[in-house]
Design a binder for this molecule. Structure first.
Ligand SMILES: [Fe+2]
Ligand SMILES: [Fe+2]
Length: 334
């Protein structure tokens, strides 16, 4: 802060947060608040877009027309979530083109869960149940986040995420009522996705240096460990209802705490996947880059169409220049 005016602006910003009111795009905000938001919203938007790939992989192989229609609608919802979030990010002064560039060049991240493969149709159910379930735990508190456009987009997104979670649970419940082979398929899928789902909340609080600042700014409302606990407590009775076993021998109800105790995921694996070493990192980004390049003609056509619909008004030329050359000659002669 250099001047009294800057201090006034900062005091106004902090007073807005203290009143639990929203910060809007035209309001003054500290540069670090803006940068933190761009990073968080972009990472969220990229996760929605990249997250279309593991499930999109099964659209052509859905076992029935009903399952295909549900999966198509779900994957399409994720595209919509990505677009709301890119729009929210644009209100902070970073364009969708820049954000896409940062994703396909590896400068910005997306959720590590989408770097795991989908090996069976049960994975569609497990992703809906556990991955969208974890997303709901993360995102419901973000409906009250301090930045207006982000909070408002989250309200709409959360409504759709709860449909995603239910369709996943319903698919797994149907398979669990089927054959032994189908039940084994569900269990195998849950065994693979349980630990990566726990990683979705980010590293333990002690290793999450940005959490305190993000909570002070009202960008984040709960810590990573609080959200992880909530997710485990929510998932245990659902697993019981399904008849699947969560692959954690340490998972047990702790009467004193009023929560489940559970084991930590392999944080070394998490670090390796975030650093680009997961089973599908290269494939996911390459696929996104290819789709972006193949879509160049669509962007060009849309820009050309927009230019024709809304031609940019040309500046009026000086009076003499707008007359035909012959008249200009005559004026000079007279
Ligand atoms: Fe989503
Ligand atoms: Fe979703």
């Amino acid at each position: 802060m250099t001047t009294a005016q800057d201090e006034d602006l900062l005091a106004g910003f902090e007073a807005t947060l203290a009143r639990h009111e929203r910060i809007e795009p035209r309001d003054w905000m500290p540069e670090r608040y803006r940068r933190t938001l761009v990073r968080q919203i972009a990472q969220h938007a990229h996760s929605e877009i990249i997250g279309m790939q593991p499930e999109g992989n099964w659209i052509t192989r859905a076992p029935s027309l009903r399952r295909k229609a549900i999966l198509l609608a779900k994957v399409q919802d994720e595209a919509g979530h990505g677009l709301y979030l890119y729009s929210a990010c644009e209100t902070l002064g970073t364009s969708r083109r820049e954000l896409t560039e940062m994703l396909i060049s590896g400068k910005q991240k997306y959720s590590s869960i989408f770097n795991y493969p989908t090996l069976s149709y049960a994975d569609v159910g497990t992703i809906g149940w556990l991955v969208d379930g974890a997303a709901i735990c993360n995102q419901v508190p973000l409906c009250r986040t301090s930045y207006g456009p982000y909070g408002r987009s989250m309200i709409r997104i959360c409504k759709e995420e709860s449909f995603h979670q239910r369709q996943g649970f319903e698919l797994l419940a149907t398979m669990m009522r089927g054959s032994d082979e189908q039940r084994a398929m569900v269990q195998e899928s849950v065994d693979r996705f349980w630990w990566p789902a726990l990683m979705m909340f980010g590293p333990p609080d002690a290793e999450s240096p940005n959490t305190a600042q993000s909570m002070a700014w009202g960008i984040k409302r709960d810590t990573n460990d609080e959200l992880r606990q909530k997710f485990v407590d929510m998932s245990v009775p659902q697993a019981r209802a399904l008849g699947v076993t969560l692959p954690d021998p340490d998972l047990v109800w702790n009467q004193e705490r009023g929560h489940h105790d559970f084991a930590q995921p392999d944080w070394e694996e998490f670090a390796a996947v975030v650093a680009g070493g997961g089973p599908c990192n290269a494939q996911r980004v390459a696929h996104r880059r290819e789709a972006h390049e193949n879509g160049a003609w669509v962007r060009e056509a849309a820009a050309a169409f927009a230019a024709r619909q809304f031609p940019v008004a040309e500046e009026p030329a000086p009076a003499s220049a707008s007359k035909p050359p012959q008249e200009q000659e005559q004026e000079r002669e007279s």
